[in-house]
Design a binder for this molecule. Structure first.
Ligand SMILES: [Zn+2]
Length: 257
């Protein structure tokens, strides 16, 4: 899962890719007052979740190797360190199942808000487009659901302004999994189908849908991380109060499981 801004500092790659999207995600999560979710967000955005790569950087790998202990990627002749980005493409069945659940939960939230979803399929579905009433503005299109790394689910959107599409080549895939929303999502989901036509979503309904998706997707990303957090790593990862100079004092433990 390659970062969009590979040249940015490691801890600021997601912010460099979409500063506004990350700020909106943080604001939505703050409203939940969920301390665990806020802690996960604080470690996920700078890619500081406890993984083997972080232990290597801190010289605390203790001879166990930096490879992924779940799928064993990087354990061969070409050693590779497990990174936060690897967690979301890991072949471990538990991780994959958790990621699929997160995608399904996001799709379910969209369907509940009146968005048509089709899948899983590799190509855009042929159904619905061209049938029934046409939207009063723009044109109908099927586009891949942005938070599915496999691109197997499709959502029906109304493209009102050419260029207001989800440019997957200009989005950080890790941010998408964490709940950073596409720039033009409000425009694409501004209209919803009714029994006899189309209705414009109110601004309140759009805002509620945005907040629901942001929190839901971040919770899903947290669930993907849980199997990783459960294999002893938290016991050796020291987290304590910041000393005011960006360093972290050892002596206390964090549990994200
Ligand atoms: Zn793995």
């Amino acid at each position: 899962m390659a970062p969009l801004r590979a040249r940015a500092a490691h801890s600021s790659r997601l912010v460099a890719a979409d500063r506004r999207g990350v700020a909106e995600l943080a604001a939505a999560v703050a409203k939940t007052h969920d301390a665990g979710l806020l802690r996960f967000l604080a470690l996920a955005v700078p890619e500081w979740l406890p993984v083997e790569r972080r232990l290597q950087r801190a010289d605390r790998v203790a001879g166990r190797g930096g490879h992924c202990k779940l799928c064993r990627r990087g354990a061969g002749e070409v050693p590779l360190s497990e990174t936060v980005r690897h967690l979301y493409v890991c072949e471990c069945p538990d991780m994959r199942a958790a990621l699929e659940r997160s995608v399904v939960d996001g799709c379910t939230a969209l369907v509940a808000a009146g968005v048509s979803i089709r899948g899983p399929c590799r190509l855009p579905p042929e159904s619905a487009l061209g049938s029934g009433p046409v939207p009063p503005v723009g044109e109908l299109r099927w586009v891949p659901v942005w938070f599915d790394p496999r691109r197997l689910f499709w959502m029906e959107v109304v493209v009102r302004v050419e260029g207001h599409v989800i440019d997957y080549g200009r989005r950080d895939p890790l941010g998408a999994v964490f709940g950073v929303l596409p720039k033009h999502l409000d425009s694409l989901l501004a209209w919803s189908r009714t029994v006899d036509g189309w209705a414009r979503r109110s601004l309140k309904a759009q805002e509620e849908l945005r907040s629901r998706l942001q929190v839901l997707l971040l919770r899903g990303a947290w669930q993907v991380y849980r199997p990783r957090a459960g294999i002893a790593l938290p016991k050796v990862w020291p987290v304590g109060p910041c000393d005011g100079r960006g360093a972290v004092k050892s002596g206390s433990m964090i549990s994200l499981s």
